[in-house]
Design a protein around this ligand. Structure first.
Ligand code: DHB
Length: 392
């Protein structure tokens, strides 16, 4: 579970640790340490692979020195097990004396670390956790990823306006899934739609067929589905169970047509409409540059987790630069909560009140483009705030 130091990062970290050990205190003070806790193993491993790859791209483009400080990344694998995340965060704070903790591949992992960040006054940059209440768990937490509710309400509006009258929802049974289900349902019913059944699937399930059968029996116009990234088998089982042939459309947040997994999905996913904050096919110059840099080093495509990691690095670099290098956690958070910049996904900012991401949500349709399957954007909802914390 505890991955320790990983691959290429290993050599960077060992070198930095070595230099610090050899040169003593002065060198330690010249180093700015970012602890990156992500799942590199287990079912959520694609999240760790994507975010750590994005860190490397960012550092290749922007260097390893900011405001006179040498940036050191310490990567830890939590396997998406919250107790492990907590133990690793504790070690990074107490033993390694990190300046920032980044990553958090799942909501339960982010919840587990929030109290530690508050106590140690260490900023936490959340990249992979999607429940709405995550940043409310610590005044030191900020989010560069997404919330499930952001894309679920956009999906509900589109469904209601596009002849989808009845829906069955199927979600993974934990906080982000429940957020997706509740925000979709209330918006869709408000727009005149009907939800026939609300199904929750244990997070550990690999066999979705009983749930798909249950959805099929209701004969809805569409199934709204959330499963966390990395679960390509879900989409393939949807096709195997013949739900597509039964005329049941599949809709949901973009996690179900994750760019990391899309190349391994069957052609039957063509036409699937989802709502999300990032597509590798986003047609901007900045994104094309990002995708090209990413694909030069990796044999997989950047997904939404990767862009959350890339932008998280930008948030940390810029805060350190603006703070002039010598920064307490309080100062860094103060700068970060007012940040606004252009990302490969489009314009983004941090909401100063909630420390949460404000971003465009795009409607996309899976199409074959240049030989591969891609989420091709066809409509944009600008500067969407998390709808749950927005009304509090
Ligand atoms: C979460 C994890 C995911 O992999 C994802 O795609 C969405 C949300 C989460 O645990 O919050």
């Amino acid at each position: 579970m505890r991955g320790g130091v990983i691959g290429l990062w290993g050599s960077i970290i060992v070198l930095v640790a070595f230099a610090v050990g050899g040169l003593g205190r002065a060198a330690a003070e010249d180093t700015f340490k970012i602890g990156l806790i992500v799942p590199m193993t287990g079912r959520q491993a694609s999240t760790g692979r994507e975010i750590s790859a994005a860190f490397k791209v960012y550092m290749q483009q922007h260097g390893v020195t900011v405001a006179g400080k040498r940036i050191s990344i310490i990567v830890r694998d939590d396997g998406a097990v919250p107790d492990a995340t907590k133990r690793l965060a504790q070690e990074l704070i107490v033993h390694d004396k990190v300046n920032v903790i980044a990553g958090f591949g799942t909501t339960p992992s982010a919840y587990a670390v929030a109290p530690l960040l508050t106590e140690a006054k260490v900023p936490g940059v959340v990249m992979g956790a999607g429940a709405s209440d995550v940043t409310s768990r610590s005044p030191f937490m900020l989010r560069t990823g997404f919330t499930m509710a952001q894309s679920s309400v956009v999906m509900a509006d589109w469904a209601a306006q596009n002849a989808i009258k009845t829906v069955v929802t199927i979600v993974s049974d934990y906080a982000p899934g429940i957020d997706a289900q509740n925000s979709f349902t209330s918006r869709f019913i408000g727009a005149g739609g009907k939800v026939l059944d609300e199904i929750r699937v244990p997070l550990t399930s690999v066999d979705f067929s009983p749930f798909l059968q249950q959805a099929r029996e209701g004969a809805p116009d569409a199934a709204f589905i959330f499963v966390p990234s990395g679960q390509v088998m879900f989409m393939n089982q949807f096709v195997e169970r013949g739900l597509d042939r039964a005329g049941i459309k599949i809709i949901g947040p973009g996690d179900i047509t994750d760019d990391d997994q899309l190349p391994a999905m069957r052609d039957q996913v063509i036409g699937t409409v989802t709502a999300h904050m990032y597509s590798a096919a986003h047609p901007s110059a900045l994104n094309r540059e990002y995708v090209a840099a990413f694909e030069r080093d990796n044999d997989f495509r950047p997904n939404f987790m990767s862009v959350a990691g890339y932008d998280g690095m930008h948030l940390i670099y810029e805060a350190l630069r603006q703070a002039g290098g010598n920064a307490t956690g309080d100062t860094l958070v103060e700068i970060m909560r007012n940040a606004k910049w252009e990302s490969p996904r489009g314009p983004i900012s941090i909401d100063p009140r909630t420390r949460d991401i404000v971003q465009n949500i795009y409607l996309r349709r899976v199409e074959r483009q240049g030989g591969g399957l891609y989420n091709v954007e066809f409509a944009t909802f600008e500067a969407v705030k998390d709808p749950v914390t927005e009304i509090k």
